[in-house]
Design a protein around this ligand. Structure first.
Ligand code: TGC
Ligand code: FAD
Length: 401
């Protein structure tokens, strides 16, 4: 039977099926993506509307992510799964198809908290924290941003000073960190501070006297995620709390590369979910006595969004393959984060238009995804910072200052 305007063709494709991007993945990668997708569909999606509305994220999800092997999954040893970068990216994509809050949790735990310890910690620090962080028994957060220094962390005011002489003297940390994901859930915070010798990193158990986390309320974005202010009021730490390998601002920035890489894939999950939701909606919604899907303006929107989603996926897999082969350069991650978040946000907003009034409730995912992606556009380097990083790579001139 041939298709007519009112009758869909026999064979239809999901947006990424059109691109056949699965062909670019191996069996293990496809299995990991399918396992996470199943978990998201059965455990997370049925609850996400309530969590988003009540601005909560249950702490026990950490253990569930841990049981799935998602926490620090691209790290080797210490109870971590040791997958390749593409598998980690695909897990981020599937989580963010549920909600950005889920991907954020896993990004911060694995790529910021655990990675900072894995890359820069002493063996004792690794043994103490990584196995518990991998199972989700412990939760970590990463405090770089301050109220007055977000895009420009070099200006941070949080200070760490020695109390006494010699390498074994205690450290005293004083300052405030802002917009910290999982701050109120965390057992350990990686805190970056200025010292007489430049920026250094510290592991702060969150029950240390002088440490307080305050939840940031009334968010319009990333509501299914806990975001906090961290106050360090003369927090006393032993010398062993310092991350010995972290010397200078390059250390926290290198952790950001890991999390930004996850976002290159993750944002596409939000876009894919918005688009699939919208295609289904347009097929059942009748306007002017015909399905919304059979109007040319609708199909133009769906086709354009599919093209951008697929291009983003090809870019993500390409960057993942480079990362697995020889390591991806920061400006290459900037290309991916800038493009894929920008396009995902445009897709989620365009999807909302096709849902009409129905699109403004939590019944449908696109506006929730769009609201979340506003945060993603800002965190892990704003789109402007990534434009400037690309500009620097092209011209050799840093235009940040
Ligand atoms: P600059 O002089 O360029 O660099 C200082 C040192 O760092 C090195 N470096 C990097 N190293 C690794 N990876 C990178 N991406 C790096 N970028 C720079 C650089 O080579 C240098 O090393 P050395 O040895 O020569 O000292 O620093 P700058 O002060 O000019 O800043 C550059 C700029 C603007 C790109 C940087 O400050 C920046 O990336 N700003 C954005 C800040 C940001 O992204 N914050 C994110 C906070 S964490 C977060 O948002 C988590 S959200 C989590 C979630 O919920 O998912
Ligand atoms: P600002 O730096 O004040 O930027 C404001 C505007 O000015 C932006 O448009 C920016 O692009 C622009 N701008 C700044 N400098 C320039 C320039 N040189 N040229 C042109 N334009 C410029 N941080 C953490 O450390 N840990 C976390 O876990 C964490 N989680 C977060 C979770 C959420 C939900 C959010 C919203 C943020 C989180 N952040 C976290 C903070 C995030 O990284 C910062 O918000 C981000 O880096 C931007 O900093 P800012 O908000 O201070 O904006």
């Amino acid at each position: 039977m041939s298709a007519t305007a009112d009758q869909p063709a026999d064979k239809t494709y999901a947006p990424l099926e059109l691109f056949d991007t699965n062909r670019l993945l191996d069996d293990d990668e496809r299995d990991i993506a399918a396992t996470v997708r199943e978990f998201v569909d059965t455990r997370l999606k049925p609850n996400v509307g309530d969590w988003f509305e009540s601005a909560t994220l249950p702490r026990e999800l950490g253990r569930e992510f841990g049981r799935l092997g998602l926490l620090g999954m691209h790290l080797q040893g210490y109870g971590c799964a040791g997958t390749n970068a593409v598998s980690y990216g695909l897990a981020c994509l599937e989580l963010e198809a549920g909600d950005t809050g889920f991907r954020s949790f896993v990004s911060v735990q694995g790529s910021l908290s655990m990675f900072s310890i894995y890359r820069y910690g002493s063996e004792e620090q690794k043994q103490q924290w990584l196995p518990r962080l991998a199972t989700g028994e412990a939760i970590g957060c990463f405090g770089l941003t301050e109220p007055d220094f977000g895009s420009n962390p070099a200006g941070m005011r949080t200070r760490a000073r020695r109390d006494g002489a010699g390498d074994n003297a205690d450290w005293i940390l004083h300052g405030t960190k802002m917009w910290i994901t999982n701050g109120n859930l965390a057992d350990v915070a990686t805190v970056w501070a200025q010292t007489d010798d430049g920026v250094r990193g510290f592991l702060v158990p969150t029950d240390t006297p002088g440490f307080t986390a305050n939840v940031i309320h009334r968010k319009l974005s990333l509501r299914a995620s806990i975001t906090s202010e961290l106050v360090l009021d003369n927090v006393r730490l032993p010398a062993s709390a310092q991350l010995p390998g972290a010397i200078g601002l390059g250390a926290p920035l290198s952790c950001l590369n890991e999390a930004r890489f996850g976002i290159v894939f993750g944002a596409l999950g939000a876009a894919r979910d918005a688009l699939e939701t919208t295609i289904a909606y347009t097929q059942s919604r009748e306007v002017f006595d015909r399905p919304l899907s059979c109007f040319q303006l609708t199909q133009e929107k769906l086709a354009n969004m599919t093209v951008e989603l697929g291009k983003g996926m090809l870019l993500a897999i390409h960057l993942g393959r480079i990362k697995d082969a020889e390591g991806v350069r920061p400006e290459q991650v900037s290309l991916g984060k800038l493009n894929n978040v920008r396009e995902a946000l445009a897709i989620a907003r365009e999807c909302r238009t096709l849902l009409g009034g129905s699109g403004i409730t939590l019944e449908y995912s696109p506006l929730r995804h769009a609201n979340n992606l506003e945060s993603v556009l800002t965190y892990e380097g704003t789109s402007e910072m990534h434009l400037l990083s690309i500009g620097k790579a092209l011209t050799g001139q840093a235009a940040f200052r």
